[in-house]
Design a protein around this ligand. Sequence first.
Ligand SMILES: Cc1cc2nc3c(=O)[nH]c(=O)nc-3n(C[C@H](O)[C@H](O)[C@H](O)COP(=O)(O)OP(=O)(O)OC[C@H]3O[C@@H](n4cnc5c(N)ncnc54)[C@H](O)[C@@H]3O)c2cc1C
Length: 534
Amino acid sequence: MERRFDILVVGSGIAGLFYALKSAEHSPNAKIAIITKKAETDTSTNRAQGGIAAVLSNTDSFDRHFADTIKVGGGLCDEAVVKKIVQAGPVVIEELIQYGVRFTQHDGEFDLGREGGHSVKRVVHADDLTGKEIERALLVACRNNSNIKIYRDHMVLDLITYNESGQEVCAGVFAFSDAEHLIDTFFAPVTMLATGGLGQIYFHNTNPRIATGDGVAIAYRAGVDVANLEFIQFHPTALYLPGRMPFLISEAVRGEGAKLLTIDGRDLMKDAHELAELAPRDVVARAIDREMKESGEEFVLLDISHKDPEFVKSRFPNIYKECLRRGFDLTDRPVPVVPSAHYSCGGVMAAVNGETSLPGLYCAGEVAMSGMHGANRLASNSLLEAVVMAEQAAKTSADFLRQTHFPSQVPVDNPLASSLKYPRDKMLIAHDRRELTRVMSDFVGIVRTTDRLYLALDKVHQLADAIEAFYLATPATYAILELRNMTTVAELIIRSALMRQESRGLHFIEDYPERSDDFLHNTVIEGLKRNEVH
Ligand SMILES: Cc1cc2nc3c(=O)[nH]c(=O)nc-3n(C[C@H](O)[C@H](O)[C@H](O)COP(=O)(O)OP(=O)(O)OC[C@H]3O[C@@H](n4cnc5c(N)ncnc54)[C@H](O)[C@@H]3O)c2cc1C
């Protein structure tokens, strides 16, 4: 089926929903479609616990938030971008409230939390279910807007591009409808890619099932450059549950005094960093990784049982309940935790206003690489970046929409969607997916070596070849489409990691354990040109 809109939004997390709402304000007559892979709330946004970092108290300042962000970013943040995003923080928090988000307040003041790397309390939250509250409020606002239509269970495969006077232009997307098993074409002069992260590429991860890096693969195949994909943030403390997806225990719990212990009860962070449990995430994750490798154990312990049980239950009602549901009482004894892939600092290269190198294509949220995070992300800066980029992209793309002349007929000679191969055997797909995630966790995890990266690259190439060779025409499924994207993104991560012959921020490689000024730049991989797509 063929559909035409003015604005397409791929993704229903904070970036996509906020962008759709702001676009409806800037372009009141525009017809807007939100296309989302599964149910509307299947997003990382819906899982965010800690909150959003913004300067909201007298004891804080833009300079302090800027300095904390730059310090954690390991020399690779784009300072102009950080300034813009930090300064927009209080405004977007107010706008979120206008859309109905209820942040926790006491006596009319925000109840601000403190997280690793922040020099003051500045994380605004809604109890420990901040993302769920944001997702709820923004979805209600979108559903109440008659210009916004939501297509759920539609997986975007590729961008539609056409050549205008020698320049490729984005004209919409091809999407696979899960219910109808058909490929739909959505045409529009403006497309916003807000597809979130890629944590599912790793075996231990905190992300929802949708986080398979689709946006990075889609943009890369359409010729858009990607950058800094070696910088994968591992969350130090996901609840360890063998064979089941880990549940994240927010670092706000460490912010309230939880200690990290070895299995035999030693204080794990005492000599690892001056900030101990509040050290940046990469430092904490590496300390745990080292302890696990040295002890041979599969997890370490997180202990907040020394705190008043009533305080723990009221400050972390959801985390307490979810741990209890899985058989662990936080108030009673230490619980087992393991580092898990959590956030991608790299992604599709985009300006802070969402613009990419492909006219008509905008990008916001975790899928984008704006320069905000550099080599490492300061906790709770990601929701902030997503919402600020979405806001600025709505302004910029509204101007583009007014000025652009969109053809009534777009020549669809795009080779991208037609290059799809289809699955023959579901078992193979599940097996290949598991193998890919294990390879990434074992060889491209917290501590890397050049040899292991080459080994991983070999295995990923074999998997990619297998996908091409084995999967012949039967009905398409999400599984094969996702696996295709996951192998593409895995390869890009490994290539980026091999290019950075130094250790910086989230990228630690034993062969080059020091920082080097030779690598004081982004790791950019050029998008594929038309004739390179197979
Ligand atoms: C457990 C957890 C806790 C976190 N806690 C915090 C926190 O406290 N503070 C903070 O700042 N950050 C936190 N983060 C990170 C933050 O939540 C995410 O970076 C942010 O929510 C990403 O928002 P987004 O809109 O870019 O993507 P998402 O919210 O992930 O939304 C992505 C959307 O894109 C859709 N999509 C993906 N691929 C396709 C496709 N091919 N076709 C159609 N649709 C597609 C998905 O279905 C989904 O609707 C946390 C992350 C996790 C996983």
